[in-house]
Each structure stands twice: as C-alpha cells, then as structure tokens.
Write a protein that binds this ligand. Structure first.
Ligand SMILES: Nc1ncnc2c1ncn2[C@@H]1O[C@H](COP(=O)(O)OP(=O)(O)O)[C@@H](O)[C@H]1O
Ligand SMILES: [Mg+2]
Length: 435
C-alpha cells in the first residue's frame, strides 16, 4: 500500500498517547480512532499504532484491510512504510503494532533495524496514538510506559473500575511514575462521568497513594455504536453533530493536559530500544547469577503470569488461579487491594461458559478466600458498642457449625419446637445424630 508522506517534513518528537484500559469492550478502539481522526481533521499529522489484538481493531472500524503488518516487516518482507494505511484526513495507521513486543526476541541487529525505522516514522508526526490491547498483557503495559500520556478508558461498570485500578497498581509496581488520565466512556452525562471518576480516584488515593487526572467523559451514544457497525466513525460527521463534537472537546482537553506535561526527548521507538538493550545486556554475562530477593522473585512471577495470561486472554479461570497462587506466594494475606484484584479477575471471567466441575472447583476456592478475608476485617475496639453491633450480619460458624450442616439439622427438627429449644439444640447438641 502506498501512502502520501505527511506534508511537512519537520523532524521533531511527536506527543505520544496510549489509549488503554483494563477491560475489553470499554471503547478503547472507538476512542483511539475517533480522537486520531479528529486531530487529523484539525490538520495535525497523526499516526495511529494499532496495538489491539482484538478482531474489532482500528483498521476494521474504518473499513481498511491491511495487506501487510508489522509481522511482515519483522520477517524482512517489506518496509515499515509499506504497512501504513491511510484513512480520512490523512490519518496514518500501522496495523498489527502489538507485534513490536516480538522485536525483543529478534537479534539485536534486526530489532534495531525495525526500531530505527519506527523512530524515523514517528518523527514525521505531531501525535502518535496507540490503541492497546485489553488487560494486563505485557505488550500493553509496555505501550503505556512508552507513551507520554496514558489515557485509561473506563465505563460506569464497576468491573471496568477495578480493572483500571489493577492496571494502575501493576504499572506502579513496575516503577511507573506518571499520573494517568481517566476518560469515562459510555457515561449518561457529565455528572455521572465525574462521579465515576471520583470513585476511582478516591480508591487510588487510598490504596496507591496517588490519584488520577480527569480527562473527561464521552456519552453513551447510539450513533457512535452504529458508526462502528457502518465503518463510518463519528469523527467524520459534520463538526456540529453532537457525536462528533464531543471528540473535538476531548482533543482540546488532551492538548490542555499535554501542555502541562514535560515533553519527552524520545519517542516510542526509543523506549523499546531501551527495553531491548536491557534485555540484551542480561544474556552475554556469564557470571554466577546473584540470588534473587523475594521482591524480585515476586516480580518475576508477576511477569511470567502476565505472559501466560497474554497467550490466553479469555481464560478467566486460569487468570483467577494464577492470581490466587501469586497471593499465596506473597504471603497469603488478603488485604483490601487483593480483594479488589480478585474482583477484577472474577469480573473478567465468563462464568456461564465454565463446566460444572470447574464451577464447583472455583466455588471451593472462593470459600477458601472468604475464610481468609474474614479475620483481617479490622475490629475497632474504641468504637461504641452499638456501632459494632450494627455491622453486617455474620454467620456464627463457631456456635452453629457449617451452614449446610445447620440446614440439615434444621430440616430434622420437629415442626412444633420453640425457637428457644431449637437454638439450644443446635448450639449444644450439634452433631449428636439428629435425623
Ligand atoms: N460511547 C459509546 N456509546 C455507545 N457504544 C459505544 C461507545 N463506545 C464504544 N461503544 C461500543 O462498544 C463496543 C466496544 O467498543 P471498542 O471500541 O471495540 O472497545 P475496546 O477497544 O475497548 O474493546 C463497540 O460495539 C462500540 O460500538
Ligand atoms: Mg479494541
């Protein structure tokens, strides 16, 4: 595919933005594409890196079908420029950009060849926007780290919030220092978007010690949804159209935010180059390996986990099990963050599609975890008695034994027994052969 060179040839560093989010279906691709088209419409030179591994990717949404992708470039079959697709307003798209991760497995010479080409390409644009894959896949995390600004797309759905939270938590663990922006998609209005943001922000302040930046909201919009099916993005509608206009507002908000951030000296290719150098440096050393610290071992386990999960993003059970094993490794303490991460794992799981046996297995797991959570609930000895009394009803296992046994025992009681007698018989007489 041949594509016009962007008109001006001024060599500079583009502003780099990663559109990301913990969960699939929150609208990352729709936002990335419409934002990129809107900026292109405003005469900006825009490159959109399609790092989504989903089938509903950027190119499909504009009705373009890539002949060549980054994989062909890596195989030496074509140049990076040959993969470029040109959409309306001269927006350029690199299909299959998630493959950049695989450059790390190539020989240093080969990966350098590709990263140099990417670096030269980048320098011709004002904006480089990456649409990342869902979830905590390693390539997605790198794409966030590579960009100046991470824009995390969430929806009012609580599962998307816990996912965003987990994403940030993993990024922080990996040493991410910047403050990501939150875009609330599919909001019912400005006040809902705000309150969704505030919930997430408060959780992050509390548990991660740092909050987020609010980039804005995009409304739940039937025109936008239809536009995906019609392969005619809303950013192509007349500027006065409300569906189109909100992306102009978003573009304005983005520029305000970017103006507050220090310009990076290097772009996305440079980031990947530094990653490949780090990996490359490890191999040739033949010194005896230093024993790893607990923290390093956990970090390794986490990245292993991520790479396994990346291969089967839909395997919710695997994801869940891997997480629980990791918690065991971390010492088995279930704090409130852990609970949030478990919720995330559960949220991502397709419960309906599990077999009966797997469901039972999982239920067993959950019960186990629930038992662990119970003891860490803080007991505030200072609190006045009535407050501790009004807490959620808790089943008293010590007095009454396991719930299913209790149920059996209840069924075995004569119908005319008084409540008082019933309780006494259960508490004192448990297991003595009722029924
Ligand atoms: N603001 C919105 N209002 C209504 N539907 C939306 C909105 N944003 C996205 N969608 C729809 O949600 C679905 C998932 O969007 P997509 O951009 O593919 O998400 P992701 O890339 O996060 O998986 C698509 O059908 C899209 O049309
Ligand atoms: Mg997508």
């Amino acid at each position: 595919m041949s594509v016009k060179e962007p008109s001006k040839h001024k060599s500079n560093q583009p502003r780099t933005i990663a559109i990301t989010g913990g969960k699939g279906g929150v609208g990352k691709t729709s936002v990335a594409l419409n934002l990129a088209l809107t900026l292109a419409r405003q005469n900006k030179r825009v490159l959109l890196l399609d790092g989504d591994t989903d089938l509903a990717n950027v190119s499909i949404m504009v009705g373009l079908y890539p002949q060549k992708t980054l994989a062909n470039v890596m195989a030496g079959e074509c140049r990076l420029e040959d993969t470029l697709l040109e959409a309306e307003y001269g927006l350029h798209i690199v299909p299959g950009a998630s493959g950049v991760q695989e450059c790390m497995d190539m020989s240093p010479d080969d990966s350098l060849r590709i990263l140099r080409a990417l670096s030269q390409l980048e320098s011709r644009y004002d904006y480089v926007i990456t649409d990342t894959a869902a979830g905590l896949q390693a390539s997605g995390l790198h794409m966030i780290a590579a960009a100046e600004l991470a824009c995390i797309v969430v929806t009012p759905d609580p599962a998307s919030l816990t996912d965003a939270f987990s994403l940030m938590k993993v990024m922080k663990r990996r040493g991410y220092k910047r403050v990501p922006s939150i875009l609330v998609n599919m909001a019912q209005g400005a006040s809902q978007a705000r309150s969704v943001f505030q919930r997430l922000d408060a959780a992050a302040q509390r548990h991660l010690g740092e909050g987020f930046h609010y980039l804005g909201g995009i409304w739940r919009d039937e025109t936008l949804r239809q536009s995906v099916l019609n392969q005619h993005p809303v950013a192509l509608l007349p500027v006065g159209d409300p569906s189109c206009r909100q992306f102009h507002t978003l573009a304005d908000m983005l520029d305000v935010r970017l103006s507050q951030l220090p310009r990076r000296k290097a772009g996305i290719a440079a980031y990947w180059h530094s990653v490949s150098r780090k990996q490359g440096n490890v191999q040739p050393q033949k010194r005896a390996p230093k024993p790893l610290s607990v923290r390093e071992r956990c970090m390794n386990a986490i990245s292993e986990l991520e790479s396994i999960l990346a291969q089967s993003p839909d395997n919710g059970l695997l994801r869940y099990e891997a997480f629980t094993r990791l918690f065991a490794l971390l010492g088995g303490t279930v704090d409130s963050d852990t609970v949030e991460i478990i919720q995330t794992g559960l949220g991502a799981m397709r419960w309906e599609s599990l077999s009966g046996e797997r469901k039972a297995h999982l239920a067993e797991h959950l019960r186990h975890l629930a038992d662990e959570i119970h003891p860490v609930r803080p007991v505030d000895v200072q609190a006045p008695v009535h407050e501790t009394m009004v807490s959620e009803p808790v089943y008293d296992r010590i007095s009454f034994g396991e719930q299913d046994q209790l149920l059996q025992a209840l069924k075995a009681q004569p119908a005319d027994i008084s409540l008082d007698q019933l309780l006494k018989s259960l508490a004192g007489d448990r297991g003595s052969g009722h029924g």
